[in-house]
Design a protein around this ligand. Structure first.
Ligand code: PLP
Length: 421
């Protein structure tokens, strides 16, 4: 071998080693860990062979207890969109000793008024005035008194003008809470001077009462990776909130709802004295995948999707790929087996048995989704795959009644909110 040939052979072997080293590792670990194996047995016993949303109440309770402890002495307002079942909300509020709820959707707001009439409700987003009008039209007489228990969110002078017209037209008293921009830049009042002007308009109108402020700061959690930046931005959030409060304090008493935070940031508020007297939290109680962030390390995932396997094979045969199917399997051991499950394409990732993943070439399906795994994945037809939702708010509404789990067994079924009214 001359020098040139030697160098070429050396380069080829280096490239070969590099390619082999970057080969995906086999991610299988056998079948379900004992937690999911128990849930699978119980799903079989209940004859539930369809996609099912499970909420583990033992874990939910632990998350709730952590939350109440960490949040004190502030009040807890539960975020209804993230746990969209009236019974689950009622359960959480009772255990936490709270009657406060944040609502984001007109039909669900009407359902809260019907089914949880003792609740104090703050809107989490400014509703179009037509939706607010519809709320009053759909409101059945009952225990819920919107004039006392409901705060509409107002994000600027034009929205206030519309709500004043609604109040005059319907001869209503409305309580309003003002959305302030504390740094998220998702709307709301940007400057304290705007609040002063808005309050002047409120004072002109005996039908409108100021009930408080709401400043949401989800962006602060996103800065966790930049050294020191999270603490600095939290300090800026506090300053902005205080500047709005100064305008209020010059004119009003203290009995206001001063709302802040959300799951990603509620624990950071331990660093801040005063300013907000209540924090809104929902997702942290079930901790979907998007909430695997440092500030929520003390929380545990508590919601899963379980769905049966319809088909299982030891092949990979994506139409049109021909021999590349085999090459792909040789390259990636996690493509050795193919499964089709009942349903799919949820905002969720497969978590048990470990080592399953969607197939980006075959594509996603809400009818029968393809998953692949290595020969080490113990999974057959009629077994179950468990997914962990990446968020709860839209996912929990897709499966009908929630299945509640205690001690690894399904103990009840609770309906989710309805899109009626
Ligand atoms: C105004 C407001 N507050 C609080 C939250 C926090 O909700 P969660 O705790 O479910 O993240 C949200 C979420 O979008 C929100 O919009």
């Amino acid at each position: 071998m001359n020098r040139r040939q030697f160098l070429f052979a050396a380069a080829c072997s280096a490239a070969g080693v590099a390619v082999l080293a970057s080969r995906p590792a086999n991610r299988a670990e056998g079948g379900h860990p004992s937690y999911f194996a128990q849930l699978e047995r119980d799903l079989r016993e209940h004859g539930l062979a369809r996609p099912t949303l499970l909420v583990d109440l033992d874990r939910f309770d632990r998350n709730l207890d952590v939350l109440v402890r960490e949040l004190a002495p502030r009040h807890f307002r539960i975020v209804a969109k993230s746990l969209p079942s009236p019974r689950l909300l009622e359960y959480a509020m009772r255990r936490a000793g709270s009657d406060r709820l944040m609502s984001f959707h007109q039909p669900f707001l009407n359902q809260v008024a019907r089914e949880l009439p003792a609740t104090d409700v703050l809107l989490g987003k400014p509703m179009p005035v037509v939706a607010a009008d519809r709320f009053y039209r759909a409101l059945a007489p009952g225990g819920f008194d919107p004039g006392r228990q409901l705060q509409w969110l107002i994000d600027g002078p034009e929205r206030l003008r519309q709500y004043r017209e609604l109040a005059a037209g319907r001869e209503l008293s409305l309580r309003i809470n003002v959305e302030i921009d504390v740094g998220l830049h998702r709307g709301g009042l940007a400057e304290p001077a705007e609040l002063a002007r808005l309050l002047a308009a409120v004072d002109e109108d005996p039908r409108i009462e100021l009930a408080g402020l709401m400043g949401y700061d989800a962006h602060v959690a996103k800065l966790a990776s930049v050294a020191g930046e999270q603490a600095r931005e939290l300090g800026r959030v506090e300053q902005r909130y205080r500047a709005f409060l100064d305008v209020l304090r010059a004119r009003r008493g203290e009995a206001l709802t001063l709302n802040a935070a959300g799951s990603p940031t509620y624990r950071l508020w331990n660093e801040i004295d005063g300013v907000a007297n209540e924090l809104a939290v929902g997702s942290a109680l079930v901790k979907p995948l998007d909430f695997d962030i440092p500030s929520l390390e003390v929380h545990t995932p508590a919601a899963w999707i379980a769905t049966p396997v319809l088909k299982a094979s030891d092949a990979l045969s994506i139409p049109g790929l021909g021999a590349l199917n085999r090459l792909w399997q040789l390259w990636d051991p996690n493509r050795e087996r193919t499964f089709f499950v009942y349903g799919g394409y949820w905002k969720a990732r497969p978590v048990s048995p470990p080592g399953l993943e969607e197939n980006p070439v075959f594509g996603r399906s809400s009818n029968q989704e393809m998953l692949n795994g290595s020969a080490g994945v113990e999974l057959e037809v009629d077994d179950y795959v468990f997914y962990r939702p990446t968020q709860s708010e839209s996912v929990m509404l897709q499966f009908g009644d929630l299945a509640l789990v205690r001690g690894g067994q399904i103990v009840d079924f609770w309906p989710v909110f309805e899109e009626r009214g």
